[in-house]
Design a protein around this ligand. Structure first.
Ligand code: SF4
Ligand code: FES
Length: 373
């Protein structure tokens, strides 16, 4: 339980991910939405989201990310944005762009939308549509141009994996051509659907080395013009990423049914029980709920993290990844070479087959996300 002022400052959420629906027109095989989720009834109402937004502001949240699924499928999105804007929150729309018309974008901008992030699967339609499992690429191009025409800042986000890494230079050029302010090149995090598909998505070490060099060149070449963020694949690292900047420390997620989670995929950990905004205030959930307390700080850590100098740098890595790879979320993330389970990763990487083409991606038994009804 958080008591002192110092603790309040240490554990203060800056960002809230509002997953307003799990419905989505795309079927990306690396989606972070829950695999077992099939029903969309019982989504939070407009009034409930408006209350969550007000409570988030009181709690100290600064950035509100409207996400999903596809947030544009919520007809009340502009209303939520206007409440967030009025409360002084910086609003970001994370979208596949399917369904974004010029008229809709005008309404969202008038409501106070600050910035738009569009996901791309590739630089060109044939590969992009195969990966998305839907006809989406042309809509994304059009939407990106509309965003810039209205002078809204544009972030392009591309999840990287073995089927699109060979196109990284072209992807960077597309982002330049679309006048994006920011390009996020994020290697797949092997959670959710991506964990199911990891053998098909995981790049070879040669692909990763080449991509890392291309991204580094782009960061230098485009400095001052476009911010290029390159998120390395942690399976190929020997130290984990500080997932969420520490559990229950800076971020929280509210899912479509109102459950509050320390990260998007935390529901994969079966021992955790999540409180719901329909029963509790956001503040109480953040400060006192068992799920947020469970891996907060360093007390929960096992060795080797407990006595490691980096324990407050990487916070022992990712709890969801630790669970998926070891069956125990309280283990050191196996990405860490000091973890007793690190060999689980090295043996996986040793067996990766070189498959790079879109045709190869298609021919493999990839599991596309199935959409809830
Ligand atoms: Fe991080 Fe734990 Fe590995 Fe140390 S032992 S580097 S704290 S994951
Ligand atoms: Fe859940 Fe890392 S994604 S803790």
């Amino acid at each position: 339980m958080i008591h002192t002022q110092q603790e309040q400052n240490t554990y203060r959420p800056f960002g809230l991910l509002a997953e307003v629906t799990y419905r989505c027109p795309l079927h990306c095989p690396y989606c972070s939405n829950p695999i077992q989720f099939t029903q969309t009834h019982d989504e939070l109402s407009t009034d409930e989201w408006v209350r969550v937004i007000a409570e988030a502001r009181e709690l100290g949240v600064l950035h509100l990310h409207f996400s999903g699924g596809e947030p544009l499928l919520r007809k009340d999105l502009s209303l939520m944005i206007s409440h967030a804007h009025a409360a002084g929150l910086y609003t970001n729309l994370i979208t596949s762009a399917r369904g974004l018309t010029y008229q809709r974008l005008l309404v969202l901008q008038a409501a106070g939308l600050d910035t738009v992030q569009i996901s791309f699967q590739a630089d060109e339609a044939s590969l992009g549509n195969i990966i998305a499992g839907a006809n989406a690429h042309a809509y994304k191009l059009e939407a990106a141009r509309m965003v810039r025409a209205l002078d809204l800042p544009l972030t392009i986000n591309v999840v990287l994996h073995r089927a699109n890494l060979e196109r990284l230079e072209q992807i960077i050029h597309l982002a330049e051509e679309l006048d994006a302010q920011r390009l996020e090149l994020a290697h797949t995090q092997y959670l959710g659907w991506a964990f199911q598909n990891r053998e098909m998505l995981m790049p070879t070490s040669a692909q990763v080395a080449k991509a890392t060099a291309i991204a580094a060149d782009a960061q230098v070449r485009l400095r001052g013009k476009m911010e290029v963020l390159y998120i390395k694949p942690d399976y190929y690292s020997d130290r984990p990423k500080p997932c969420m900047y520490g559990w229950g420390r800076r971020f929280l997620t509210v899912n479509p049914q109102g459950d509050v989670l320390p990260c998007q995929t935390a529901s994969v950990i079966p021992s955790l029980r999540f409180e719901n905004v329909r029963q509790q205030s956001l503040s109480r959930i953040w400060h006192e709920s068992e799920a947020f307390q469970r891996f907060r700080g360093t007390e929960w850590m096992p060795e080797p993290c407990r006595s490691c100098a980096l324990r407050e740098v990487d916070f022992g890595g990712c709890r969801c990844q630790a669970f998926l790879l070891t069956g125990d979320a309280a283990q050191t993330d196996p990405v860490c070479s000091l973890s007793p389970h690190h060999e689980k990763l090295t043996s996986l990487l040793a067996n990766i087959q070189p498959v790079n083409s879109a045709a190869g991606f298609c021919a493999l038994s990839i599991r596309y996300r199935t959409n809830p009804t």
